[in-house]
Design a protein around this ligand. Structure first.
Ligand code: NDP
Length: 296
């Protein structure tokens, strides 16, 4: 099986380099790759890469993920999150190749407190969420064999993430304030990569299971409880860690105004993914604990 991985340097892309390597011949590209174009600001260039490499499976981990910045550069965000994935899907359809793509809880409006199912109506609040939804729609319309995994609150040991930021701030400041009215599940890039590899294998014999799936770790938390968990666990893992913050205070989203509006309810129902692919998604705390052990 020839696999083309796009966005190899991102959180998920990095882990995919590991998990996809056992499935076949992997070509992994980034925006600055020289041999073949992997730059999503050049949609025709990426389409030409697909035509040249003729992969059996394309995994797209590249995206414009700077949620606030996207508000001031919507055309660029659309190119990366919708136009280029749409063209990749069109090329995949011509080749008969599979396309694996990632999307987000930000396609929803965040109302209520029920976990969103794949069949629920979308209503993005931000340019990022809107352009990711457009990407999904273009892929569906292309006729390509595809799987789209919507996920949330992605973290990885490599690169910056919320947990690392909280640990740093807790060592620098006396008091932390963290949002307690947004709910979701922190999801490891390693978990997403492993699910992706499993799904690709599964789809080779069960192509009828193509489609849209929600893929997040088990359980639900708020950013506030997530921060508290990170700091408590870090102190257990590394007792000599100097935590200066004596207080972690919960605050409403309105205390941190940002250019992009974020959904309050980011809970995603993963029953369809677990049932279809025979998987058990571990509780979010397991992955976060493992990541903390790795970075501390
Ligand atoms: P990252 O931001 O870590 O990775 C995105 C990758 O895309 C980076 O390697 C980035 O490169 C690359 N990229 C940026 N611009 C271009 C370009 N012009 N051409 C090619 N590549 C480019 O994101 P994640 O790994 O966390 O996200 C993976 C997927 O999951 C995305 O589809 C995202 O929308 C989705 N998702 C992510 C969530 C999160 O919390 N992070 C939540 C929900 C969904 P560089 O780093 O150099 O800019």
């Amino acid at each position: 099986m020839n696999i083309l991985l796009l966005g190899k340097g991102g959180q998920v892309g990095w882990e995919l380099q590991r998990s996809l390597s056992v499935l076949g011949q992997l070509t992994a590209l980034d925006f600055d790759s020289t041999e073949h174009c992997g730059d999503f600001s050049n949609p025709e260039g990426v389409a030409a890469t697909v035509r040249a490499l003729r992969p059996d499976v394309i995994v797209n981990a590249a995206a414009h993920t700077a949620v606030d910045k996207a508000e001031s550069e919507p055309d660029f965000a659309r190119k990366l999150n919708a136009t280029t994935p749409g063209l990749i899907a069109a090329e995949a359809a011509k080749l008969g190749a599979w396309l694996v793509h990632y999307s987000t809880d930000y396609v929803f409006d965040g109302s209520g407190d029920e976990a969103w199912a794949e069949s629920d109506a979308t209503g993005p609040l931000s340019v990022y969420g809107g352009t990711k939804l457009e990407g999904e729609e273009l892929i569906r319309a292309s006729g390509a064999k595809h799987i789209i995994l919507r996920t949330s609150w992605v973290y990885a040991a490599r690169g910056g993430n919320f947990a690392k930021t909280m640990l740093r701030l807790a060592q620098e400041r006396d008091r932390l304030t963290v949002i307690n009215d947004q709910f979701g599940a922190p999801t490891g890039a390693d978990l997403l990569a492993d699910v992706t590899a499993h799904a690709i294998r599964h789809l080779q014999s069960r192509p009828e299971d193509a489609g849209l799936y929600h893929c997040v770790a088990g359980g639900v938390t708020s950013w506030f409880d997530y921060a508290r968990f990170v700091i408590e666990q870090a102190q257990k893992i590394k007792p000599d860690l100097k935590i200066k913050a004596t207080e972690i205070a919960p605050v409403a989203t309105s205390a941190f105004p940002t250019p992009a509006k974020r959904p309050n309810n980011s809970r995603l129902n993963t029953a369809k993914l677990q049932d279809t692919f025979g998987l058990t998604l571990p509780h979010w705390q397991h992955g976060v604990q493992r990541m903390l052990t790795e970075i501390l």
